[in-house]
Design a protein around this ligand. Structure first.
Ligand SMILES: [Zn+2]
Ligand SMILES: [Zn+2]
Length: 192
């Protein structure tokens, strides 16, 4: 019996006949490790994968990709000499709270990546091929964490909450802004 060529790509992968790609799904495996040997033996011949996985502990400040949120990874590998180039797209959804009014907000995150893997990288920007495997998880984690929004807002013109009484100013003025004693208002003007 002859072995199918894609056994190189671990048992959790199966060929998607329609688009000629290799697919890994969360139902079978959450593993993002791919053997580098086929690529390094066949420089210039690309191999693409599509993976849909979930990862835990993916956050920056209080913005995060929730543990059950799917992360779609559409990547092409190709070897050039001893380097495996990894290029493609990653998309998922983030959750957090509005920096100004603190209500829950979420949004789509979609971006491209372009990275390199080597057996014994001397440059810290290059990911290591360890035990003959390309592990995409650190790349995916690094990429997502650096792309999460630092100041998520429910809307660009969110008015936030009053620092004095805590009222949500998106729902209207609070008492603080209307109850300034006219005598103090005169002093305010004098200070200028
Ligand atoms: Zn807001
Ligand atoms: Zn107020």
């Amino acid at each position: 019996m002859s072995m199918p060529k894609n056994t190189e790509y671990s048992s959790s992968l199966h060929a998607d006949r329609h688009i000629g790609r290799y697919v890994t799904s969360t139902e079978t495996d959450n593993d993002l490790c791919y053997p580098a040997s086929y690529l390094l033996r066949n420089p210039g011949i690309p191999k693409s994968i599509f993976a849909s996985v979930t990862l835990e502990d993916l956050s920056c400040l209080d913005v995060s990709v929730l543990p059950g949120e799917l992360i779609d990874i559409d990547i092409e590998f190709v070897a050039r000499g001893h380097t495996v180039l990894v290029a493609g797209a990653i998309s998922t959804r983030w959750h957090g709270s509005c920096r100004r009014c603190l209500i829950d907000v979420s949004g789509d995150l979609s971006f491209t990546v372009n990275e390199m893997y080597q057996q014994h990288p001397e440059d810290e920007l290059i990911y290591p091929i360890a035990n003959g495997m390309i592990d995409l998880e650190p790349l995916v984690r690094d990429a997502i964490v650096t792309k999460l929004p630092l100041t998520p807002l429910c809307s660009p013109d969110c008015r936030g909450i009053c620092p004095d009484c805590g009222a949500d100013l998106n729902e209207g003025e609070c008492r603080c802004s209307t109850s300034v004693d006219p005598r103090w208002a005169v002093l305010d003007r004098l200070k200028i």
